[in-house]
Design a protein around this ligand. Structure first.
Ligand code: ATP
Length: 371
């Protein structure tokens, strides 16, 4: 057991954010206690379209400071199509936070939860386990707030730097090494469009440079359009993929579709100093307040946070807490009777939280998944 309790910055944000954050934090606390750790200190902070309406600032300085100070940040979802900046663009402080905290590696695990059938007829599509790494600080998103527009023309510029590309590729190769130690293929695929754009040819050159430092890992290439096809045709061929910001944004939604929808897809945005964990989905304003949201992606993001803390703090109990929470999700869905509303069932926040909570309570300290 560690001396000091963890300090978590918690940003529930907008729409379904608050509905899925409260149960997630409760489950994270339960998992920590089950692993023999004290409860984390919770620092709930404001950000999002609601904060913009109330305070005139979507990402207040106090919130940024709270995130910097915390051991990890748990963020739900932000944005509301009805609340926009004067230039008409949507409020996306979750993207601003990636720049503020220099969170360059967007980690999107694509892991099938047992009991959740994917959309592919081939049974291998129900047992996916690969990771998409999305560069998160540059690419086309470097142009956010900086594009140009007149009556005849609009431009947004893609920016690819050596430093930005090298560090995210390093992250991908290191992750492939860690996964290889657990039986995965030990491959990294660069997803780019090096045959068309200068920026992408440059990206691939930097990818190649980084690859020379990882002789134990196989490097592969895929053009983004061909990869989109393969992710539908035979996604099980992938181990770790690394790509620029915009391609990663699009492919991570496609990947979410392969494992049961946005409500099942967790994510992390990781830098050298800080890390933010949030589900892949947005604030889902169309179902906010109805109780219909699937909170599973949020729970799995909480488990990713605990896993990252285990490495960052070198504390095996946080790893145990992560395994408890992830296994509780697996057990809750495994017999196929718990079906979320997004998949045509009738389980929403309350039902799924209850099922995962019961599964978590039932887990034994001798569970083989803890090994
Ligand atoms: P963003 O651009 O912020 O990622 P978005 O506009 O792509 O957001 P989402 O808010 O993710 O959109 O919602 C897309 C669709 O998926 C909506 O119909 C929404 O209701 C549904 N959806 C998103 N998250 C969930 C969830 N956790 N449970 C159920 N349905 C969800």
């Amino acid at each position: 057991m560690s001396e000091a309790a963890l300090e978590l910055a918690i940003l529930p944000g907008d729409g379904i954010g608050m509905e899925i954050t409260k149960p997630c934090v409760e489950l994270v606390q339960m998992a920590l206690q089950k692993a023999g750790e004290p409860k984390a200190v919770e620092n709930w902070l404001e950000a999002g379209a609601g904060a913009y309406t109330k305070l005139g600032n979507a990402l207040p300085a106090e919130t940024i400071a709270g995130c910097r100070q915390a051991d990890a940040v748990l963020l739900a979802a932000m944005g509301d199509p009805d609340v926009r900046y004067p230039d008409g663009t949507e409020i996306i402080p979750q993207v601003d936070l990636r720049f503020e905290l220099d969170l360059y590696a967007g980690v999107r695990p694509v892991r099938s939860v047992p009991g959740i059938k994917g959309p592919l007829a081939d049974p291998r599509g129900d047992k996916l386990d690969f990771v998409l790494i999305r560069e998160s600080t540059e690419g086309l998103f470097a142009s956010v707030g900086k594009g140009t527009r007149d009556e005849e023309q609009a431009t947004d510029t893609q920016v690819i730097t050596r430093k930005g590309t090298a560090r995210v590729c390093e992250f991908a190769f290191k992750l492939a090494q860690q996964r290889k130690a657990h039986g995965h293929a030990g491959e990294v695929t660069s997803v780019d469009k090096a045959n068309v754009f200068q920026s992408m040819a440059f990206w691939r050159d930097v990818f190649d440079d980084v690859a020379t430092g990882y002789e134990d890992i196989t490097k592969r290439y895929g053009y983004v359009d061909a990869v989109a096809l393969e992710m539908v045709r035979r996604p099980w061929i992938y181990d770790v993929m690394v790509t620029e910001n915009m391609y990663g944004d699009i492919l991570s939604d496609l990947a979410a579709g392969l494992i049961g929808g946005l409500g099942m897809a967790p994510s992390a945005d990781i830098g050298d100093e800080h890390a933010v964990f949030q589900p892949c989905h947005g604030s889902a304003p169309d179902i906010a307040g109805s109780g219909k949201a699937n909170p599973t992606a949020m729970f799995l993001s909480g488990a990713m946070m605990l896993e990252w803390l285990a490495l960052d703090k070198e504390n095996a109990n946080y790893h145990r807490a992560a395994v408890f929470l992830r296994s509780a999700v697996d057990d809750a869905f495994s017999d196929g009777t718990l079906v979320s509303t997004e998949r045509g069932g009738d389980a929403g926040v309350a039902e799924i939280t209850k099922a995962v909570g019961s599964a978590l309570s039932a887990l034994s300290n001798n569970d083989p998944r803890l090994a």
